[in-house]
Design a protein around this ligand. Structure first.
Ligand code: TYD
Length: 134
């Protein structure tokens, strides 16, 4: 079955008085074995990050603080837009999606990834990406 980008809602354990804990756990709410975790921060408002696609990488991406807007496009030209504005909201990004992200300045993006970093897994040229359409 074709994988599509979608929101994963994590449990919020706690109360407004005490605060919350959310948990990401392989085989429970993460649909792959996590091989790598990275985070990005202090991205100015006017900067657009991303502008690449991945060949095989699967990701679940959270905004642990702040707001992150995502635009995802597949080779067929279907566009998916998501706003990560709560720390218990994750975005599953399958392989084959061109992504653009914009951040509130306080945003901290946390990514759980299915593979180690490998520049060969990146498609960084939009025309090369669109040429993958059969
Ligand atoms: P990149 O994935 O292009 O970031 P973004 O899509 O957020 O703009 O990565 C930016 C730089 O960081 C690039 O030079 C590769 C490097 N990098 C690593 O060395 N290891 C990693 O795990 C990641 C995600 C990036």
């Amino acid at each position: 079955m074709k994988e599509e980008p979608h929101i994963i809602t994590f449990n919020k354990i706690g109360t407004p008085n005490l605060g919350y804990i959310s948990v990401a756990e392989v085989a429970d709410n993460i649909p792959f074995d996590i091989k790598r975790v990275y985070w990005t921060y202090f991205t100015p408002n006017h900067v657009e990050r991303g502008n690449h696609a991945h060949v095989a990488l699967r990701q679940v991406i959270l905004s642990v603080a702040g707001i992150i807007n995502f635009e995802l496009e597949n080779v067929e030209g279907e566009v998916f837009k998501f706003t990560l504005d709560e720390p218990n909201k994750g975005l599953f990004v399958p392989p084959g999606y061109w992504r653009k992200m914009r951040f509130s300045h306080n945003a901290v993006l946390l990514c759980m990834a299915s593979l180690a970093y490998d520049e060969k897994d990146y498609i960084r040229n939009y025309d090369d990406f669109k040429a993958l359409k059969k």
